[in-house]
Structure formats: C-alpha cells, structure tokens
Design a protein around this ligand. Structure first.
Ligand SMILES: [Zn+2]
Ligand SMILES: [Zn+2]
Length: 295
C-alpha cells in the first residue's frame, strides 16, 4: 500500500478505508523515551507522575543514584525502583506500530532517530489508536491477545526441554555461579544472575508457602527450586501454582509475594529481580512466597 501518498503535506492523520493512517512524527510525543530518544523498549512508567521511559533507561537512571523522575523531578523516596511499573499497554502499542523497533531488538539509536524524523507513516488498526494511544492499547492489552498469542506460538516451536514452562528443569542451571570467562559463546550471566542462552534469559527461583497462613500450609508441597524464562510473569506463575496446588478448591487463587510485597500480575520475574532485589549475588535464587486466597 502506498501509504506515503495518503497524507497531504500538512496532514498528520487521515482515516482511509476504515483505518487510521498517522504520520510517525505525530506519534513520537507519546512513544519516545526522553532519556535515549528512541522508541520505548519495555515501556516502564513512574506510578506517581505517570512519566514513561524505557526499562533499561530508567533502571540506569536510578542505578546512578538519582531518586527522582527524570522528567518532572518528583522525588520517589529511598527506593525509587518500587515506584515503577511496566506499561504493558504502551509496550504493545509500540510493538504493533513499530514491530522492528520493539523491545528486545534494540536497533541502533541513530537508525531509530532517522526513522522517527522521516515522513514515513504508520497504519494503526482501529480508528483512534493514534489520537488516544493509551486507551486503544489498553483495550488490546486487556484482551491480552497479541502478546499471549505470540508467546504461545514461540513456545510451540521450542523443544520440550527448552520450552521455558514454569517448573521445567533446564541445562542452564549449570551456568549459575560458573566462572564467566569459561562460558560458551552463546551464554552470558548478568551481575543479577540472569543467564542468557541463545538470546533467551533464564532465572532460577523458589516458591515457599506463606508460613503465617494455615490454609496455604495445608496445601500439598511443591518442588521449591525451579528454572524458567525470565520473561514469565506473575500471572502465569500463579496460574501454574493454582493448577498444582489447589485446582479442586472452589474459588481458590494464588497470590505471589516478594519481600512481603504482593507482586502485580504483569510483573515478570526479570522485572522483580531488576527492580526489587538490590543485594543479589548472581548465584542466589529468587525467593518468592505464595498464599492461597479464596473468593
Ligand atoms: Zn530510553
Ligand atoms: Zn515524572
């Protein structure tokens, strides 16, 4: 489709054939990180003021010692890491509009800037996507479709041993605590203990029943140390535990906590490690607590 000819020289958006065609430039105010001038990679929002940045950019900002929002300088207190949330709505919007600039790919910044300055256009499915990007994306994220589907497809392609399903034991365990200089070329271990094999991140974690909750303690026990993809989210882990522990109990759900804080369903294990676990040694296992709740 010759989308370049759809927009007049002074037009930023037009509806054509039931689709909203928007000039990329007009979207940038919503989708560009102030810290790196690139499109959001894993869009992450400061809860208090709702300013959004790339996850790696805002983590680096806090790592450097600042406790303030880079945009409005709101002070986020002694532990600013707990004041940020992944913004799944914006993340999925960026992925849909710029599939090649999405999280994980990290194209060069120069390239991305060039792209954002160009007069190219993006076609957003569904009218209104560009005018109110967060609303449209929120609806999509709520439906949970594009991401979940993609994740499922990807997984089906992998062999059973590599599927990353919660609970799978994987060969990557052996790389934790290993001398980094001796690692094979396709393996790396971050200072936070995230093992990367062929560009997929893995973490080791353990789940323990809440010692203060009798109902949870009465559930069957579960293998405590597990290995999984770092991208697995709390929602999926909770679902897995529910299935293992209390599928026959009506209305039972599992809630997962780290350091006494209930983890939001959209938090990935990697996000918890990066934002909530500051004293970690790379050989440590992420210790999570679970609790049964009944509605
Ligand atoms: Zn950034
Ligand atoms: Zn702010």
């Amino acid at each position: 489709m010759a989308s370049a000819s759809v927009l007049g020289p002074e037009q930023d958006a037009v509806i054509q054939g039931g689709k909203l065609v928007v000039r990329t430039r007009a979207l940038n105010a919503y989708l560009v990180c102030e810290l790196c001038n690139g499109y959001f990679r894993n869009a992450t929002t400061v809860s208090e003021c709702l300013h959004t940045f790339c996850e790696p950019c805002i983590l680096r900002h806090f790592d450097s010692g600042s406790t303030k929002c880079p945009t409005c300088e709101t002070d986020l207190g002694a532990d600013p890491f707990t004041a940020i949330r992944q913004d799944m709505a914006l993340k999925s919007l960026v992925e849909r509009i710029f599939p090649n600039a999405g999280p994980g790919t990290e194209p060069s910044r120069k390239k991305k800037r060039k792209r954002s300055r160009s007069k190219s256009t993006a076609t957003a499915a569904g009218a209104g996507a560009a005018e109110t990007p967060t609303n449209d994306a929120a609806a999509a994220a709520e439906a949970g479709e594009p991401e979940a589907k993609r994740a499922r497809k990807l997984e089906n392609k992998k062999s059973a041993a590599q599927s990353g399903r919660v609970g799978d034991v994987s060969v990557t365990t052996k790389y934790l605590g290993m001398d980094k200089s001796a690692l094979p070329p396709n393996v790396s271990v971050s200072s936070k203990g995230i093992v990367t094999v062929d560009n997929v991140d893995w973490v080791k974690f353990a789940v323990h029943p809440d010692p203060n909750d009798a109902a949870t303690l009465a559930l069957p026990s579960i293998a405590s140390v597990m290995q999984t993809k770092a991208s697995i989210d709390i929602k999926r882990l909770a679902k897995h535990l529910r299935k293992k522990l209390c599928r026959n109990i009506p209305g039972a759900k599992i809630e997962i906590l780290f350091n006494g804080e209930v983890c939001a369903p959209e938090f990935s294990l990697e996000f918890i490690i990066k934002t909530r676990w500051h004293s970690r040694d790379s050989a440590d296992v992420l210790d999570l607590t679970y609790r049964m709740i009944q509605s």
